[in-house]
Design a protein around this ligand. Structure first.
Ligand code: SAM
Length: 226
């Protein structure tokens, strides 16, 4: 389905007003980047008419591109500065990676499915981002080579926060992750102080696809493996 660019911009503006600023997304930098990033480019053509709708959409490998509001909430909680180096676990479509790249100095993103990394990489390159590094691998072990990170966002749900991610988080630093069962979780914000203490805040209930890996859930039943 071919939707004219002007209509897509109008849909995007309406998404920001109705779903984000109409709720509790008040950070103007966050609202501006959601108005800028072309979410439809990260979505299969057959779902494009729903690209700015208030729900998650399917991507390949049984995974999802998260609901716009949930992405905005995670990004707002991280309070990203233009000097920050950010680690994202779960690249998925690459949409959230683009949002992060608009706000941060550098973004490092890990995805367990090779084809998703490749698809996200080509869309991000086409749009022209130059401050993103992607890799295929198990994000539950983080990306030690580039640690520490000022901010970490995990876009899939685990039973606990992997210890290696907490180790790779800077002091001070912030990490956002859905934690709970495979089917229902709480979105947690973990703030590491300059002294290295960790303060945990329970933000809201949520439902994400499972984090599969050495320090996550075992593979099987939750999307196809590589
Ligand atoms: N933020 C993404 C977007 O904008 O499209 C949505 C990501 S989707 C909800 C979660 C992603 O985490 C999936 O693509 C899934 O394959 C990935 N994932 C699950 N376990 C992982 C792991 N151990 N390492 C890296 N990625 C993982």
């Amino acid at each position: 389905m071919n939707i004219p660019e002007n209509d897509l911009s109008d849909m995007r503006r309406k998404m920001v007003i109705d779903q984000l600023s109409g709720r509790d997304i008040k950070d103007s930098k966050v609202l501006d980047v959601f108005e800028k990033v072309p979410r439809h480019r990260f979505i299969d053509k057959k779902f494009r008419k729903d690209a700015y709708a208030d729900y998650p959409l399917p991507i390949d490998n049984g995974q999802t591109i998260s609901q716009p509001y949930m992405v905005a909430l995670m990004v707002q909680l991280l309070d990203i500065k233009n000097t920050d180096r950010v680690l994202e676990i779960g690249t998925g479509s690459g949409y959230e990676t683009a949002i992060l790249a608009e706000l941060a100095k550098e973004v490092f993103s890990v995805e367990r499915f090779k084809n998703l990394t490749e698809n996200a990489g080509s869309v991000l390159k086409e749009i022209g981002y130059g401050n993103i590094r992607l890799k295929t691998g198990d994000g539950t072990i983080g990306w030690g080579e580039f640690a520490p990170f000022d901010k970490i966002v995990v876009t899939a749900a685990g039973e606990t926060v992997p210890e290696l991610l907490m180790e790779q988080l800077n002091s001070p630093g912030k990490l956002v992750m859905p934690v709970g069962s495979k089917f229902n979780q709480r979105l947690l914000l973990l703030e590491k102080t300059a002294k290295g203490d960790v303060v945990e805040k329970n933000i809201c209930s949520c439902t994400f696809v499972p984090l599969i890996g050495r320090y996550g859930w075992e593979a099987g039943g939750a999307g196809k493996d590589i």
